[in-house]
Design a protein around this ligand. Sequence first.
Ligand SMILES: C[S@@+](CC[C@H](N)C(=O)[O-])C[C@H]1O[C@@H](n2cnc3c(N)ncnc32)[C@H](O)[C@@H]1O
Length: 212
Amino acid sequence: MSSTEIAREALPQKLKRKIKQSLGPWGVFIEGFIRHPVMVGSIVPSSRFTIRRMLAPVDWDNCKLFVEYGPGIGTFCRPVLDRLGRDGTLIVIDTNPDFIEYLRRTITDSRFIAVLGSAADVEDIVRQHGHEKADYVLSGLPFSTLPDGVGPAIAAATHRVIRKGGAFLVYQFTPRARDFMARHFRRIDSGYEMVNVPPCCLFWGWKDEDEG
Ligand SMILES: C[S@@+](CC[C@H](N)C(=O)[O-])C[C@H]1O[C@@H](n2cnc3c(N)ncnc32)[C@H](O)[C@@H]1O
């Protein structure tokens, strides 16, 4: 924005911009929630306790492609990149263009790819980036409030795209996400993280070696 444009900016807009700037990444997240409450599903990003527990079972030595659905402002992205090997790739997929633009601007790691799109198209997205399968898929999607049919389509596509031995890692405020996973994943471990706003359910759906 040029200095003349800033001077001419109406007071409410100016105030909004100032508040957003002072909140930093939180401002981007809260604005995303205000604009798309159903799609974002939460007003506060995940806690570091949720992040640590969710990522704990990942076998990082055997992870070449990690996919994340609904990264928001990237709460999980840096912790994933810190654990991922130098030859690994992190693809994140979000339907919100403001979040994707923010992530592309703030995360410059060459292993990081931010895609504007729906998790339902994960197979095409993975293929377009030169991979056949993902080792792990992490989801912060609000499964229970997604439009009709979207949750089941995402769960089915995710099961197809994960390699045998890999896993689907899901955190959500209600246990309903497990119902979507259970249609495809025979073995699901679960947990509950109290230190999160609000506390959330954690699930790890494993695609075992003997599966079809
Ligand atoms: C609860 S927020 C996740 C926040 C973040 N991962 C965290 O841990 O703080 C849910 C995110 O899912 C995104 N989303 C909703 N529907 C989606 C879909 N079909 N495909 C990909 N992302 C989607 C929203 O735009 C939002 O960024």
